[in-house]
Design a protein around this ligand. Structure first.
Ligand code: BV8
Length: 258
């Protein structure tokens, strides 16, 4: 009978470093939402989508070639996300913000689960799948007619196809999001790197940038990543187990986020 994964011991030096930190931030990836049932990018492809490479679907070219296919893939993922609840990992980061108001979550995730857990300071580097916009001028639309079996919905104003408000590969990130993330990475004393394989740029360069500016990097991931040999602390385990243990060890039982 598999018992719940044990939380790793939190090193005393890390506890000390977090307690005296002036400014902290977290960079999160798909792994933090895995325990909420949102498939990570590397195992996002199940069922009818198994034969598609996400790196091929999440591109402007794929949308130009077959807008309906890309729309349906995002509609499927949007449904998964709509069913998902934030987990103890998301809630732990919201609790850190409650105890340290300047704490910033920089996420690559498009699922909005950090905000659902109560985190107010969230930078969405890659957009949010819950928002839909006109592919011609980027206007966010509140409603859309998804009934056509043959084509993706169109913008009521200009007739262009609608698309998810996410950043596709070969598309630049929102300026304000990238600037806020870079400033937080430059200024933080500690950066928690949670549930990311750190393979997608420019997000993947933030830990190196932060370390270059003197921050301690803490990797929280059940498996090694390409970043693992360039971090100061490694906490091996699922973030839904490790982050609550970290919060309790450093700040005791902090009040849950509002
Ligand atoms: C751009 C939104 C200018 C859409 C996403 C430099 C070098 C090489 C390549 C490039 C470079 N600069 C730019 C590039 C190209 C490209 C890139 O990085 N390619 C990679 C693949 C090599 N970058 C771009 O295109 C960016 N734009 O640079 O514009 C430009 C313009 C023209 C031409 C070139 C450049 C845009 C990147 C953003 C793409 N959009 N998402 C959507 O979601 O559909 S990226 C998407 O994939 C996610 O947002 C996320 O960023 C990434 C997935 O990575 P992870 O989150 O790390 O997830 P993954 O599944 O990989 O890993 C999960 C991890 O969790 C694992 O480590 C696992 O062990 C761990 N885990 C599992 N369970 C748990 C857990 N951890 C904790 N707890 C658990 N329970």
């Amino acid at each position: 009978m598999s018992s719940a994964p044990e939380a790793p011991v939190i090193p005393a030096a890390l506890i000390g470093r977090l307690r005296k930190a002036r400014s902290m931030a977290a960079l999160t990836g798909a792994g933090i939402s895995a325990e909420s049932g949102v498939p990570t990018f590397r195992d996002a492809q199940t069922g009818m989508w198994a034969k598609f490479d996400p790196l091929e679907l999440a591109t402007p070219d794929a949308f130009r070639r077959n807008a309906k296919l890309v729309w349906d893939w995002y509609a499927w993922r949007r449904e998964l996300v709509a069913q998902a609840q934030p987990n103890a990992g998301h809630r732990a980061l919201a609790a850190i913000e409650a105890a340290n108001p300047g704490f910033l979550v920089i996420t690559q995730n498009v699922d909005g689960l950090h905000q659902a857990a109560g985190s107010a300071n969230v930078v969405e580097l890659h957009g949010n799948i819950r928002r839909v916009k006109c592919s011609r001028d980027g206007t966010i639309v509140a409603t859309w007619d998804d009934s056509s079996p043959r084509e993706a919905p169109r913008c009521a104003q200009c007739g262009a196809f609608l698309r998810p408000d996410v950043v596709w590969f070969e598309e630049t990130l929102p300026d304000d999001a990238l600037v806020r993330a870079e400033h937080a990475a430059r200024d933080c004393d500690v950066l928690l790197v949670v549930g990311t394989a750190a393979e997608v740029y420019p997000a993947a360069m933030l830990p190196t940038y932060a370390r270059h500016h003197g921050a301690a990097i803490v990797e929280i991931n059940p498996s090694p990543t390409r970043l693992s040999d360039r971090v100061d602390y490694t906490l091996r385990g699922p973030s839904g187990v490790v982050l609550p243990a970290l919060v309790t060890a450093v700040w005791g039982d902090v009040p849950a986020a509002r």
